[in-house]
Design a protein around this ligand. Structure first.
Ligand SMILES: Cc1cc2nc3c(=O)[nH]c(=O)nc-3n(C[C@H](O)[C@H](O)[C@H](O)COP(=O)(O)O)c2cc1C
Length: 269
């Protein structure tokens, strides 16, 4: 399929599963003319790498390098990325000329059966990075929540709508639906802190789906606030779920030890 059609096909899914596997057993591809010298990464499951960083073990030797993809899925090469990191001519993240690598883990056996899901909302991509890290570590598929009426690009306009929604206790409508909801036992719920708690859109999600018997694991990103009030608000919004202690995950390096501490991943699982 031509890349353009491919993108349209993927975008057609209102709630697409973006990075479904920790193993990322996909394949590197170059674009069609005139993009034959540009690279993109085909996850080989109907999705492709896009919107930020992804660790990829291209030659399956157990060591992954980190690559940056734009919103169209093109890999950045021999440049500085929009968030200020350097990638070499092969696209690999480098620090002082040294390619950064990490050892890939096998999928957590607990989640191999697809019983965990990462659901997140992210307006400017910070929470998406945290969600992708949880997906990478656990093998859980990702679903991005979108508002039926998207939030504006402008911070000020978003803030004023967020305040209105908070004060009114609004439940803004979601775009799309999550498929096979019943099949997930554990749901990671990610969001930016807005006005001290989770965006009202996240409460729409929590009140729309049946959480009885499920485990909920919150994670957030913020300018400076902790997860604080949003944790208790989430506990109140889904009383039939077991809500584990969440984390402020601006630093993605903090995610792995947190999951181990919760006992849902790694040696603690
Ligand atoms: C409407 C709005 C309200 C916010 N309120 C807070 C807040 O109360 N405390 C805070 O530390 N950060 C606040 N922030 C900053 C975001 O939480 C932070 O930039 C977050 O990492 C953005 O995540 P995202 O890129 O996934 O959208 C707010 C941002 C917006 C747009």
């Amino acid at each position: 399929m031509k890349k353009r059609n491919y993108i349209l096909a993927v975008l057609a899914l209102a709630l697409s599963v973006l990075t479904p596997s920790a193993a990322f057993a996909g394949v590197w591809r170059t674009g069609a003319e005139p993009n034959e010298s540009r690279w993109w990464y085909d996850n080989e499951d109907g999705t492709y790498a896009a919107n930020g960083w992804q660790w990829i073990d291209g030659n399956q030797d157990g060591t992954a390098e980190c690559y940056y993809f734009d919103s169209q899925g093109w890999m950045a090469a021999a440049t500085e990325t929009p968030d200020g990191y350097v990638v070499d001519e092969n696209g690999a993240w480098t620090e002082n000329g040294v390619v950064q690598t990490r050892t890939e883990r096998l999928q957590d056996p607990e989640t191999e059966d697809g019983s965990s899901l990462v659901v997140y909302f992210s307006r400017t991509g910070t929470t998406r990075r945290a969600a992708q890290e949880i997906g990478r570590l656990t093998g859980a598929p990702l679903v991005e929540l979108e508002a039926a009426e998207p939030y504006p690009d402008s911070y000020e306009a978003t803030l004023s709508r967020a305040r209105r929604e908070l004060n009114a206790g609004a439940r803004p409508a979601l775009a799309g639906e999550i498929e096979n909801w019943e099949s997930y036992d554990t749901v990671y719920v990610g969001y930016p802190i807005w006005c001290g708690t989770a965006p009202m859109l996240v409460f729409t999600f929590l009140e729309t789906y049946d959480f009885s018997g499920k485990t909920v694991i919150p994670f957030c990103t913020s300018g400076s606030s902790g997860i604080g009030m949003s944790q208790s608000d989430i506990e109140a919004a889904c009383p039939e779920a077991a809500v584990l202690q969440g984390i402020r995950a601006n630093d993605v390096q903090a995610i792995e030890p947190w999951l181990e501490q919760l006992g849902v991943y790694g040696s603690g699982a």
